[in-house]
Write a protein that binds this ligand. Structure first.
Ligand SMILES: Nc1ncnc2c1ncn2[C@@H]1O[C@H](COP(=O)(O)OP(=O)(O)OP(=O)(O)O)[C@@H](O)[C@H]1O
Ligand SMILES: O=c1ccn([C@@H]2O[C@H](COP(=O)(O)O)[C@@H](O)[C@H]2O)c(=O)[nH]1
Length: 237
């Protein structure tokens, strides 16, 4: 079986890590996500991962209580470091070789982000987990996925989230929303579809880096996309 992509950037939803819990990291959910990642790693595909933090803290939630936005965003980025460490450890337990690199320096805990080293790890078959988003407040981990995906020369960004693609409206709010099988960047940005933030869409469009949005809860979906099959929604130039 030959994969359609040699190197991918996988954006994993932080919120998905909760599974059926109200908060935090559900070990069974984490293990099932790692099994999906392993099915692709076993094909020899090089994998960079950006993980979100929505299961622990989002900057906007902090500002809702009066917190300074930048402070809240740094807390959100630290939440992604915790998720990255949990993911890396779950990978270790599954026999995968993961390396965490953080955009914020916490060198006693995880390595700093160094692009050349990340690429070398990928070439060695290690899975690189990019933590702390872009390292800057006022951004999201979707934008970090677009940025790191561009930096490492990924052929596609795969956004693994809680819905099975991009819809005409948020399917969790609008039961009449319909799913796109494919959509251009221009149309996705023009329709202001909230499944990814507009900075991430714009960066991927400029870099001609396609995005595939799919459900992380659907077994085998990640592997099907990597094998070149239709799954979720493809955002193209
Ligand atoms: N047009 C749309 N099509 C699909 N989903 C949409 C749309 N508009 C809004 N959404 C919502 O966007 C969510 C996914 O984006 P979001 O970045 O918030 O979550 P995430 O991938 O879980 O990331 P994290 O938890 O790490 O922040 C979906 O769960 C869905 O409810
Ligand atoms: O580059 C970034 C990435 C993230 N943040 C903050 O972290 C949280 C969690 O990330 P999600 O993408 O929402 O999962 C986010 O709400 C921001 O507060 C950031 O500031 N910069």
């Amino acid at each position: 079986m030959t994969a359609a992509y040699g190197r991918i950037l996988l954006k994993l939803s932080g919120e998905a890590l909760m599974g059926d819990d109200a908060y935090g990291i559900n070990p069974a959910m984490l293990a099932s996500i790692v099994a999906e990642v392993k099915s692709v790693a076993d094909l020899g595909v090089e994998i960079g991962v950006v993980i979100g933090g929505g299961n622990i803290f989002r900057g906007v939630a902090g500002t809702a209580t009066g917190m300074d936005r930048a402070t809240a965003d740094y807390m959100g980025m630290l939440a992604t470091v915790m998720n990255a460490m949990a993911l890396s450890d779950a990978m270790r337990q599954a026999g995968l070789n993961g390396r965490v690199q953080s955009a914020l320096n916490i060198e006693q805990v995880v390595e700093p982000y160094i692009r050349g080293k990340a690429i070398r790890y990928l070439e060695e078959g290690k899975i690189v987990i990019f933590a702390a988003g872009t390292g800057n407040p006022f951004f999201t981990t979707d934008t970090a996925a677009a940025l790191r995906g561009s930096e490492i020369g990924a052929e596609i960004v795969l956004k693994a989230t809680k819905v099975d693609g991009i819809y005409t409206a948020d399917p969790k709010q609008d039961p009449l929303a319909t799913r796109f099988a494919r959509i251009s960047f221009d149309e996705a940005i023009g329709r202001d579809l909230k499944v990814l933030d507009s900075t991430a869409f714009a960066l991927c469009r400029d870099q001609k880096l396609p995005i595939n949005v799919f459900s992380i809860f659907k077994p085998g979906a990640l592997k099907r996309i990597v094998m070149g099959e239709d799954e979720g929604t493809l955002v193209h130039v």
